[in-house]
Structures are given as C-alpha cells and as structure tokens.
Write a protein that binds this ligand. Structure first.
Ligand code: NAD
Ligand code: MG
Ligand code: MG
Length: 338
C-alpha cells in the first residue's frame, strides 16, 4: 500500500482555494483551524443561530450562513453530522454550489449509501482523518498530524485526487501519512470498526468487567480503576509499539493471564457476532436502520444515550476523575471551545 507525505502533495492547490467548512463540531473545528494555519482561506458555514458561531469568531475565522459559505467556495467540506447531511445538501448546499466546485466529505456514508447523489459537474472527494477531531487539532498544533484516508468518488476536473492530497496535507495528514482508498472501503471499515471494536465492543467489555466485579462484591472504585482507568495505560502501550510492546511492559503474570484468558472472553461467539455486524454494514441494513431512526426523530438514540449516561460506572468515574485534576488539564474535549 502506497503512503503519501507532505512532499508528495501540492499544498498550493488548496492555498489557492476558498474552502467552506460546513459545521463546527469535532471535525469542523479541527479542519477549519488547521487549514487556516496552513495558509488557506477558510469560511465556516453555520445554521442561523448556531451555538458554534461565537466559537468560530473567537478562533478568528470567518463565519457565514451555509448557503452563503457554499456559494463563496471552491471546495465545500461537509462536516455536519452524517444524519443531517442529506437534507442539508438538497436544501442549502447543492443550490449554491458553483459549477465545477469540489464537494468533500470526511466519511463516505452519504455518498456510498446514496443519501446524496452529487451533480455531475462536481469533483467529489473524501479526506478522512483516522482519529477524533480533537486529536486532529491537537496533533496539528504540536507539529504532527493524524493518518488520513483520501478517496475520489467523482473526478469531473481530472484533478480531484491532487485536490484531496493537497487538502489532506493542509490538515496535517501529510505529516503522519496519507493513504488512498475508496468511498466504499472507508465507509464499511469505519462503520465496522466503530461498532465492533472502538465504540461498541470496547465499551461493552469495560462495562461487563466492571459489573462482574461489582456483582462479586468489590468496591466500585476498585472496579473502575481495573476495568476502565487502566485501559488508557494499556492502549497507550499498544498504540506505541503493538501488543508485544504492551506485553513487554506488564508483569509476566499479567501477560500469561491475558494470553490464556483473553480469547475465552472474546471467542467464537464474539467473532460470529462481528461477522454479522460486518454483513449488516455491507448490505446497507445498518444504514437503512440509521436513516429510519433519524427520520422518526432519533428517540431510540436519545433513550440509549440517557441510559448509558445514568450507569453507575459513569457516576463513579466522574467522582474519581475529580481526584485526578491533571486529567482535566490535558483534556481533548472542552465543550465550551470545540
Ligand atoms: P459533530 O456532531 O461533532 O459536529 C457537527 C457540527 O455541525 C455541529 O457542531 C454544528 O456546527 C453543525 N450542525 C449540527 N447539526 C446541524 C444541522 N442539522 N445542520 C447543519 N449543521 C449542523 O460532527 P463530527 O463528529 O465532527 O462529524 C462530522 C463528519 O466528520 C461526519 O461525516 C463524520 O462521520 C466525520 N468524522 C468524524 C470524526 C470524529 O472525530 N467525530 C472522525 C472521522 C470522520
Ligand atoms: Mg465513523
Ligand atoms: Mg493489575
């Protein structure tokens, strides 16, 4: 697999463009600030009365309505929530998009599952940093970046790929490595990863471990440290040097216990469940469910979110983190700013 770096990208392409960033959330704030500091002319497009407006002004970035920002731009990067992009595109973006403009996404969901069918005169590209927006911003500020996927869905100009590389480089991706993929592969692997491993699988593992200790009569504080807090230390070791790096660092007792017991927890049953989850992603079953959930007001999501926030692991965690003020000082998420 070929990896591209800053030296392979022509930064001046995006520096010669006006880029509209639609939405100023996790990814939006990161792209807008990173691009601006890379010498790109940026305008952030927001809904009227958006709570983000003040944050954008404070960052010294131009802000406009979504239609107005779109009309001013050579490149429009859509960083509103996936579930709102289809309506937003039909109502406010497409009618204002210049002929021959570039339409960009950070995730392939709406294009791959045909929730957005872009006009033929447009270049349609993806620049998808493989990390949360807050990390995309913090690594850039430190002089680094987050590995980034790029893809081309539609190449009306014949230059779509060069534009994607240029944008990825301005966003810091070229410092870490840029990999070319397709909308389909990005969408399917991203959805599978967040469901089976990152957001779904790991969370369920933490909760199950925590509850097992609580049910056996151990103190919640102890259960929290063992099953959640220490996970960061383990993940940092794996992130830095792989699984063998982690095993080198932990005790031989921990290594032996882990090697002999891990697959009892995540065994054949979990692998079968993963295959089913992947099949539902590939068939579009998950996409249909998610589109339907939003069409009916996302009530199920609201209930799930509320139940998750009310769990005892979250309450214990909030108290324990108050005892560790350094965690807050180094926090990635500051809801008042990003
Ligand atoms: P987000 O929920 O953090 O932010 C979305 C922003 O869009 C809001 O802050 C607001 O400014 C605006 N917005 C909200 N509702 C809107 C509406 N109805 N109409 C118009 N604007 C609205 O979103 P995000 O997590 O940054 O996701 C943006 C895109 O980036 C998605 O396509 C997502 O899949 C992709 N992505 C996100 C991450 C991540 O770290 N969160 C990582 C990779 C890719
Ligand atoms: Mg995702
Ligand atoms: Mg231990």
């Amino acid at each position: 697999m070929k990896v591209f770096y800053d030296k392979d990208a022509n930064l001046s392409i995006v520096q010669g463009c006006t880029v509209a960033i639609i939405g100023y959330g996790s990814q939006g704030h990161a792209h807008a600030n990173n691009l601006k500091e890379s010498g790109v002319s940026v305008v952030v497009g927001l809904r009227a009365g958006s709570a983000s407006e003040e944050k954008v002004r404070e960052a010294g970035i131009e802000v406009a309505g979504i239609g107005e920002a779109t009309a001013a731009a050579d490149i429009v990067m859509v960083l509103a929530p996936d579930e709102h992009q289809s309506a937003l595109y039909a109502e406010q973006i497409e009618p204002n998009l210049r002929q021959g403009a570039t339409l960009a996404f950070a995730h392939g969901f709406n294009i791959h599952f045909e929730q957005i069918r872009p006009r033929e005169d447009l270049d349609v590209i993806m620049i998808a940093p493989k990390g949360p927006g807050h990390l995309v911003r913090s690594t850039y500020k430190q002089g680094g970046g987050v590995p980034t996927l790029i893809a081309v869905f539609q190449d009306a100009s014949g230059k779509a790929r060069e534009t994607a590389l240029s944008y990825a480089s301005a966003n810091g991706g070229g410092r870490a490595g840029i990999i070319e993929t397709t909308f389909r592969d990005e969408t399917e692997t991203d959805l599978f990863g967040e469901q089976a491993v990152l957001c779904g699988g790991v969370t369920a593992l933490i909760e199950a471990g925590f509850e097992t200790l609580i049910e056996a009569g151990y103190e919640p504080e102890m259960a929290y440290f063992e099953c959640l807090h220490e996970l960061k230390l383990i993940v940092d070791l794996i992130y830095e040097g792989g699984i063998s790096n982690m095993n080198y660092s932990v005790s031989n007792t921990a290594e032996y216990g882990g090697l002999t017991r891990g697959s009892r927890v995540v065994g054949d049953q979990a692998r079968e469940a993963m295959k089913k989850i992947l099949a539902d992603v590939q068939s579009g079953e998950f996409a249909r469910e998610w589109v339907k959930e939003n069409a009916s007001g996302a009530e199920h999501l609201r209930q799930l979110r509320e139940a998750s926030q009310g769990q005892s692991i979250e309450k214990v965690g909030a108290q324990l983190r108050d005892m560790m003020p350094w965690i807050r000082e180094q926090r990635l998420v500051d809801r008042s700013r990003n």
